[in-house]
Ligand binder design. Structure first.
Ligand SMILES: C[S@@+](CC[C@H](N)C(=O)[O-])C[C@H]1O[C@@H](n2cnc3c(N)ncnc32)[C@H](O)[C@@H]1O
Length: 275
C-alpha cells in the first residue's frame, strides 16, 4: 500500500510549519450547528444537482448490468459530514435500480454498499446520523487519505468524489520558502501570483491527482465507473472582470493574514522562528 504525507487545503499556505501541521488534520466543521459544514454547503449541493442528469445518463449508457456481481460497491472520496454525499448516493443507486427495472431484471438487483471516505478527523457520527432511513444501500466509513489505497484490489464498482479533489496533500514547499523564486509572500492561494508560484501549485496538483487515480485504478473492477466533480475556473477566466467562488479566496486570505498579524495563530507564530 502506498503511503502519502498528511494533506493540506491548498487555500492554507500561510508560512508556518506548526500551522501547517495543524491544518493538515483540518476537516470540515462537524455537527449541524450554524457554523457546521452541513448548514453551509448549499453551493456544493448545487454541484451535485447539476451533475445529476450527467451521472444518470452515464449509468444508463455505460454500466454493463448483465455482468455485475451480487454486491455493488460505491465509494465517495471526501464525503464530509454527509448531507450532499447522501444525495449523490441516492442518485447513483436509484439510477442503477431504474436500469434493472427497465431491462426487466429487477429480481437480480445487487446489494449496494457505500464506503464513505474522508480524513480521520471528519465527523463521521454526523454522517451516519444523517443517512436517510429509506435507502437502497448499506454504509461503512473508511477514514484516511484518498491520495493512497483505501480499499482492496478490484472491489469497487463506482468511484465518486465531489468538491474534494481540489484539496492538495501539502502546500508546495517552494511557495513557503522566502529564498525561492516561487515564494508566495505568505499568500494563501496562487490567484494573481507569479508564474513560478502557479507552476508549483500545478505540479503539486498533478502529483496528487496521479496518486488518487493510481489508487482508484487498483481498486476499481474492470468496467467500473468513476464520477469526479472538481471545482475549476475556465482558462478564459479574468479575475478582474468576473466573479467566481475563487474570488472569495482573496477575502479569506486577507482575513487570515490579519489574524496572523494580530497573533491569533499564536502557537504557530511561537514555533515559527524563521518568520
Ligand atoms: C468541500 S468538502 C466536500 C464534501 C462533499 N463531497 C460535498 O460535496 O459536500 C471536501 C472534503 O474533502 C475531504 N478531503 C480533503 N482531502 C482529503 C484526502 N486527502 N482524503 C480524504 N478526504 C479528503 C475534506 O476533509 C472535506 O470533507
Amino acid at each position: 500500500m502506498k503511503m502519502f504525507q498528511p494533506y493540506l487545503c491548498r487555500r492554507c499556505s500561510i508560512r508556518s510549519p506548526v500551522l501547517g501541521r495543524m491544518l493538515s488534520r483540518y476537516a470540515m466543521n462537524g455537527g449541524d450547528g450554524p457554523h457546521s459544514y452541513a448548514q453551509n454547503s448549499s453551493y456544493q449541493k448545487g454541484v451535485v444537482d447539476v451533475a445529476k442528469p450527467i451521472i444518470e445518463e452515464e449509468i444508463s449508457r455505460k454500466l454493463d448490468i448483465k455482468h455485475l456481481s451480487s454486491t455493488f460497491r460505491i465509494a465517495d472520496f471526501g464525503c464530509s459530514t454527509g448531507h450532499n454525499s447522501c444525495a449523490a448516493m441516492q442518485i447513483i443507486t436509484e439510477a442503477i435500480r431504474r436500469r434493472f427495472e427497465i431491462e426487466g431484471l429487477i429480481s437480480q438487483l445487487p446489494d449496494f454498499y457505500v464506503f464513505f471516505n474522508d480524513k480521520v478527523t471528519n465527523d463521521f457520527n454526523t454522517l451516519f446520523n444523517s443517512l436517510p432511513r429509506e435507502r437502497l444501500y448499506g454504509a461503512a466509513g473508511v477514514p484516511g487519505s484518498f491520495h493512497g489505497r483505501l480499499l482492496p484490489k478490484a472491489t469497487l464498482d463506482f468511484a465518486y468524489s465531489s468538491c474534494s479533489l481540489n484539496w492538495l496533500s501539502e502546500v508546495p514547499k517552494a511557495v513557503l520558502d522566502n529564498t525561492s523564486p516561487a515564494w508566495n509572500q505568505g499568500k494563501i492561494h496562487y490567484l494573481g501570483a507569479r508564474r513560478e508560484v502557479c507552476e508549483e501549485y500545478a505540479n503539486q496538483y498533478a502529483k496528487d491527482i496521479e496518486s488518487f487515480l493510481d489508487s482508484r485504478a487498483e481498486e476499481l473492477v474492470p468496467g467500473g465507473l468513476m464520477a469526479l466533480l472538481v471545482p475549476a475556473v475556465p482558462a478564459s477566466w479574468d479575475p478582474n472582470s468576473a466573479y467566481t467562488t475563487t474570488t472569495e479566496i482573496y477575502l479569506f486570505g486577507s482575513c487570515f493574514m490579519d489574524m496572523a498579524k494580530a497573533g491569533r495563530f499564536s502557537e504557530a507564530k511561537g514555533h515559527n522562528r524563521e518568520e
